[in-house]
Design a protein around this ligand. Structure first.
Ligand code: E4P
Length: 216
């Protein structure tokens, strides 16, 4: 499973890249607004750090405007993936952009039927939101597992990005159900390293080494 970082924070992206942990980045308007920086400059900086797909979202809602905006975003850098919401206009724009060789990540996806329609429109990436589904009492990861099955059944080119990841458990389950990608917030990615026995083991090894100093 590829791991993308779900953030617009350049510092966190640099740190995670240095860990060798990430294959791409997803941003959204909320994450971009949180940084309070110039959108284009920020995306270009991210593209220089990460050698992989970097999703930048359109804010238009009509297909023709999404296409225009998407073309503009894609022209910023070869790594930019145009992020488009899962609406009829969004999928119309997806079909046009993909037809012109511009890769699209369809976002705000909450059902398997939406996944099927995104795949048929030719989306390179499809982002089901597990956390937000769990929030309303649905089983987000079950929906992801079913989506992965649909993509495999019909050999669609689309890759499933598990989005709205809220826990290390989500990250693990995404890999277990065979998702192509999980986009993970920095905090969760950092937690994925942790195990108490790792810390305890280091402590013990160092203590033993100190005790044997001079003899080895
Ligand atoms: C995905 O591309 C979105 O940026 C993100 O995963 C949304 O997560 P949230 O539900 O925690 O806002």
């Amino acid at each position: 499973m590829k791991i993308f970082l779900d953030t617009a924070n350049v510092g966190d992206i640099k740190t995670a890249t240095d860990w060798g942990a990430i294959d791409g980045v997803t941003t959204n308007p909320s994450l971009v607004a949180k940084e309070g920086r110039d959108f284009k400059q920020m995306v270009l900086e991210i593209c220089e750090i990460v050698n992989g797909p970097v999703s930048a979202e359109v804010i238009s809602l009509e297909a023709d405007k999404m296409v225009e905006e998407g073309k503009g975003l894609a022209a910023w850098h070869k790594n930019v993936i145009v992020k488009i919401p899962c609406t009829p206009d969004g999928l119309k724009a997806t079909k046009i952009l993909e037809g012109q060789g511009i890769k699209v990540n369809v976002t705000l996806v909450f059902s398997v039927n939406q996944v099927l329609l995104c795949a048929k429109a030719g989306a390179s990436f499809i982002s089901p939101f597990v956390g937000r589904l769990d929030d309303i009492g649905e089983d987000g990861m079950q929906m992801v597992a079913e989506s992965v099955a649909v993509i495999k059944n019909y050999n669609f080119k689309s890759e499933i990005i598990v989005a709205s990841v809220r826990s290390v458990e989500h990250a693990k389950k995404a890999a277990l159900v065979g998702a192509h990608i999980a986009t993970i917030p920095f905090k969760i990615l950092s937690e994925m390293f942790k195990h108490p026995l790792t810390d305890k083991g280091i402590e013990k090894f160092l203590a033993d080494w100190k005790g044997a100093e001079g003899k080895v």
